[in-house]
Design a protein around this ligand. Structure first.
Ligand code: ADP
Ligand code: MG
Length: 734
């Protein structure tokens, strides 16, 4: 299947193309004729209701065509006002914009335009407030009957809608017939999909709304279907290429594990343990994502799985994204395993060489059965005796698909259990994590207390601190969280290293362990930033110590402190020695101190919803109700909405949906962070139903034709490999 020549014509060689324009297209990432055909509009100008001036009706969205007669821009008492007179046959439309100074780019008198808006009758004019003005080229005859929607494309400096429209329109007749259909015809019919030959022209110049919907549906479906094919292939490959040691459960093993737990498991924990046990008993490696809201009790589930591995003579690894959390796990496991013969090996960045080699030795000989630590474990240095299970806690902090090249000590692959407390909307789970099996833990252990959330006004600060003080004096403890100034950088780099399986040893993390949700930003000096972070943290700390919390036992903690220091502080906080911990987001994930009941967040507008939810999850974990105050100066509407949602919602899944909605699916929890190419047309919020359909269809197709070996699936297979073969490591399919 080679692409026919005309589709591959370089844009500069297209008829009528000037070098300047070709360069503009190049800046949009468009190089060949074919690229233009697939450069989809980002929106449409709805011109369905095109009228002559005399037929306008008040209050309905309509368009009239005319010529720009004159325009003015002046400042009134109510602010800037721009007025535009458009001559339409025997009268004028008076378009006006209040307080929209950006409209005031000069209008070109004499140009033909289409004005779209809701008119108001104000003789002798029709007035349109804030209408859309579309320039028409002198030779551009828009035929109302044929073109009720005008495409709106993403532009670049110097390029106009008209240029893009005209270029694409010119290509359609000659090039569309040359396009190759990837779907077999019966498939198109069964799934009510337009052919590529119908869909391409229709998505650019839809004749009506229904056809537009269908054209869009075709491409959304295709995009999601190809992704789901890739994920289904990966699942298949996983089943056929990997072998794991079956780890059998027996009543005796089960009882021995349960005896170690200081509480009865919740129904949700039981259900998930059932699913995990069933996976681990199979000779195929488990590949399971466990989603459980903060505080739902995931650690004990992990421990159960690890004990199952150990009982079968295998080793188990538990990894956490921060050292603070890893050390907490270490303590929890040490406590729970006290009465057992299981030996635990801690594996951390800062270990001294002698200590390190002793640990490595005990892992290699199999003397240690459970290994707990940070991602340093998978840096490649560790050779296992017989590795049976890898548990990764809070995996959403990392790239997802990293199945590390572990020296497992056997010819089998380990079972994988990935845990996350960031609830993920279902549609995201199905895409980013679509190759994993998913378990959901949707209930809390009994007796969990409510957390009350406040977004106080600045003038309520004193009251809040008085309240905090009273609670602390009554025996509670609290956190005060100060954001990192450039929070994203540290974690982005950390995430990147993880993704690349960096050759640089992760055993000595070069960056603070604070790892908030990564967002792509340009790199700059970390050292400098961190100095600023520490300073702002210190400021808050000192002003509390010398002010409203004077006399209480306060301590400060941040990611750049030494391991020993952080560990000492956490221990002192846990024992109650420290009453208030002023910290960066080092405490964000997983930290479990039941007596902590108060959380104060400074600069709350800097945190995402998922992060705030994680932070709030640090309190209300014991028998005391929690109180949380977020001080914030939201500067954007989005930040304000986020905070309001946070005040109102406590359910992690509802918050995740809301977050997703507010951020838009474009971000997709940071597609790049997960190493997946971004969606071109599908919108996981809007197109949820198509996603569900595409997933089911793709799964069925791969079941029906494993490896997509049949000739009629050849093109689908190629497209799937071209797009996802690399990221999903599907290179050797078929
Ligand atoms: P997370 O899911 O956030 O990792 P943890 O595993 O840290 O939650 O558990 C939160 C707290 O709940 C811990 O103090 C833990 O001991 C306690 N816990 C877990 N399971 C139960 C249970 N079945 N009954 C009572 N307490 C439990
Ligand atoms: Mg946890």
């Amino acid at each position: 299947m080679t692409v026919p020549e005309p589709l591959r014509t370089p844009i500069p060689q297209l008829p009528g193309m000037t070098p300047l324009r070709a360069e503009q297209f190049r800046r949009l990432g468009l190089f060949r004729a074919r690229d233009l055909l697939f450069y989809f509009p980002r929106d449409y100008e709805d011109l369905t209701d095109r009228r002559d001036l005399k037929d306008l009706e008040a209050g309905k969205l309509q368009s009239v065509q005319g010529t720009i007669d004159r325009w003015t821009s002046r400042t009134t008492r109510r602010g800037p006002l721009t007025t535009l007179f458009v001559h339409c046959g025997d009268g004028y439309v008076k378009a006006q914009w209040f307080n929209m100074p950006f409209v005031t780019k000069p209008f070109e008198v004499g140009r033909r335009v289409l004005v779209t808006g809701k008119p108001k009758d104000d003789p002798p004019y029709w007035i349109m407030n804030h209408p859309t003005v579309t320039y028409l080229a002198d030779d551009e005859e828009i035929d109302t009957a044929l073109e009720p929607f005008l495409p709106i494309y993403g532009l670049t400096e110097g390029l106009t809608q008209y240029h893009v429209r005209r270029t694409i329109k010119g290509l359609l007749p000659g090039h569309v017939p040359l396009l190759d259909e990837v779907f077999p015809r019966p498939f198109l019919e069964d799934h009510r999909l337009l052919t590529i030959h119908e869909a391409v022209p229709a998505i650019h110049f839809p004749p009506d709304r229904t056809v537009l919907e269908y054209a869009r549906r075709r491409f959304v479906y295709q995009e999601l279907f190809i992704l789901q094919l890739a994920l289904a292939m990966r699942r298949l490959q996983h089943r056929t290429h990997f072998r794991a040691t079956p780890l059998k459960s027996t009543p005796a093993i089960d009882q021995r594990a349960r005896r170690l737990f200081p509480f009865t498991l919740t129904a949700a924990q039981e259900k998930v343990i059932g699913e995990i046990t069933a996976d681990m008993e199979r000779p195929i490696p488990m590949n399971r994502l466990l989603q459980g809201d903060v505080g739902s009790g995931k650690t004990v589930v992990a421990l159960y799985a690890m004990l199952l591995a150990v009982a079968n003579g295998c080793q188990a690894v538990l990894m956490a994204p921060t050292e603070v959390l890893a050390r907490q796990h270490l303590r929890t496991l040490e406590r729970m395993l006290e009465g057992s013969r299981v030996k635990i090996a801690p594996f951390f960045g800062g270990q001294r060489p002698a200590e390190r080699s002793a640990v490595l030795q005990s892992i290699a000989t199999g003397e240690s059965q459970v290994i707990v630590g940070t991602q340093a474990i998978i840096a490649g240095e560790v050779a296992f005796h017989q590795l049976g299970l890898v548990v990764i806690d809070e995996q959403h902090k990392f790239g997802v698909r990293q199945r590390a090249a572990l020296k497992t000590g056997g010819k089998f692959d380990p079972h994988y259990l990935v845990m996350t407390a960031t609830p993920i909307p279902r549609s995201v789970t199905m895409t980013l994590f679509g190759d994993l099996d998913v378990s959901i833990m949707d209930a809390m252990p009994p007796g969990r207390q409510k957390v009350k959330t406040y977004i106080p006004r600045p003038d309520q600060r004193d009251d809040w601190w008085k309240f905090v003080r009273r609670k602390i004096e009554a025996g509670r403890q609290g956190y005060v969280v100060v954001p990192l100034v450039e929070e994203s950088e540290h974690s982005l780099i950390a995430a990147e290293q993880w993704n690349r399986g960096s050759s640089r040893s992760l055993a000595d993390p070069p960056l603070p362990a604070d790892s908030p949700t990564p967002r792509p930003v340009a790199a700059s000096s970390n050292l400098q930033r961190s100095a600023v972070d520490v300073r702002s943290l210190r400021d808050v700390f000192e002003s509390l110590r010398d002010g409203p919390l004077r006399g209480l036992r306060l301590e400060m903690m941040h990611g750049r402190m030494s391991t020993e220091e952080k560990e000492r502080i956490m221990l002192d906080f846990r024992s109650g020695e420290i009453q208030v911990l002023v910290a960066t987001t080092v405490i964000e994930v997983g930290v479990d101190v039941p007596n902590a009941a108060l959380l104060t967040v400074e600069n709350g507008e800097r945190f995402g919803l998922a992060q705030l939810h994680q932070l709030r999850g640090r309190i209300g974990r014991g028998k005391h109700p929690g109180f949380c105050a977020i001080f914030a100066n939201p500067t954007t509407e989005e930040a304000a909405k986020r905070l309001r949602a946070f005040e109102r919602l406590t359910d992690g899944f509802k918050l995740a949906e809301k977050d997703f909605e507010l951020r838009g699916s474009g971000d997709l929890f940071g597609t790049a962070q997960h190493g997946m190419p971004p969606m071109r047309i599908a919108d996981l919020i809007r197109d949820r139903d198509i996603l569900v359909e595409a997933r089911a269809d793709a799964t069925a197709l791969v079941r029906d034709d494993p490896g997509l070996a049949r000739p009629e699936h050849e093109k689908l297979r190629r497209q799937m490999l071209a797009r996802y073969g690399g990221v999903l490591a599907l290179g050797d399919v078929g």
